[in-house]
Design a protein around this ligand. Structure first.
Ligand code: V0D
Length: 260
């Protein structure tokens, strides 16, 4: 997996050695979740409209998906649009909703070449029909890909997700398909939108905000958190690898005690 990264690197041997010390195959996180913050601020700093920041943020998604794939990450969950984001000006929401299509139109050949599968969590029904169509087509096209799962949280809110899981479980109990005694943590896992995914090992949030903002509250119970002041459009491969290395160092330190 790492070989893939090195063989693609255009830099010399020395830089390969540096990167080798940066990430090893040991304790690689399977699932990384990212809150991609700071696109508006990035644009404001340059006296550009907010949508320019979102567009640049989309390019960062591409770069980070590539490096995650290269080092052998299994799932990358990206918080692209929260249920709160509908409160933004309509013009900005309209632009954001055009990004999945733009991203998928240009990135699909590479997604197929890399064997990447597109997935999403969130309330798909609440999305504009064009956006929904682009997502459905991409999920259908990539459904047999067995490499990295690129999972977008769109129109996602964790509390709403938990409420829905509770209601679905209550209906099962009501219908006599589950007894109250059978309901445990595993049951709740199974009724969340992430039922098929491993729990995130590492959460990254950019742009200096140190909050969860209603993101994967249940799933992040044992996750390592890594925060950076870097704005999402400025986030790059090296920053990503720095976060992975920090995760690996924490795991090496505490790993011996795990599972005991
Ligand atoms: C804007 C930073 C890619 C966050 C990244 C609709 C804010 C760029 C996608 C995307 C957004 C989503 C689904 C998919 C393929 C690509 C995306 C949104 C925002 C929200 F299948 N970037 N991106 N979606 N931004």
């Amino acid at each position: 997996m790492l070989k893939k990264l090195f063989s693609k690197s255009k830099k010399g041997k020395h830089s390969l050695e540096v990167k080798e010390s940066l990430v090893s195959n040991e304790c690689l996180p399977s699932h990384i979740a990212i809150i991609m913050d700071g696109n508006g601020r990035w644009a404001k700093k340059r006296a550009m409209p907010r949508i320019a920041g979102h567009h640049e943020g989309m390019q960062t998604v591409r770069r980070i998906a590539r490096v995650a794939d290269d080092i052998g990450i299994k799932v990358l969950t990206l918080y692209a649009f929260s249920t709160e984001n509908w409160k933004r000006p309509k013009s900005e929401v309209d632009y954001l909703m055009s990004l999945p299509q733009m991203f998928l139109n240009s990135f699909m050949p590479e997604l197929m070449e890399r064997n990447i599968r597109i997935e999403m969590i969130g309330d798909k029904e609440g999305l504009p029909s064009n956006t929904k169509k682009a997502l459905n087509e991409a999920m259908e096209k990539t459904k047999n890909n067995t490499g990295l799962i690129l999972n977008f949280a769109m129109n996602y809110g964790s509390r709403a997700e938990i409420v829905k899981a509770m209601k679905d479980i209550m209906v099962e109990v009501d219908d006599g398909k589950l007894t109250l005694d059978q309901v445990d943590e595993k049951t709740i896992d199974q009724y969340l939108l992430t039922s098929t995914l491993p729990e995130p090992d590492l959460l990254i949030r950019t742009s200096g905000e140190v909050r969860l903002s209603n993101f994967m509250l249940w799933q992040l119970a044992y996750t390592e958190f890594w925060f950076t002041d870097i704005l999402w459009p400025d986030f790059n491969q090296d920053t990503f690898l720095e976060a992975v290395r920090a995760y690996q160092q924490r795991n090496r330190r505490y790993g011996g005690l795990k599972g005991e």
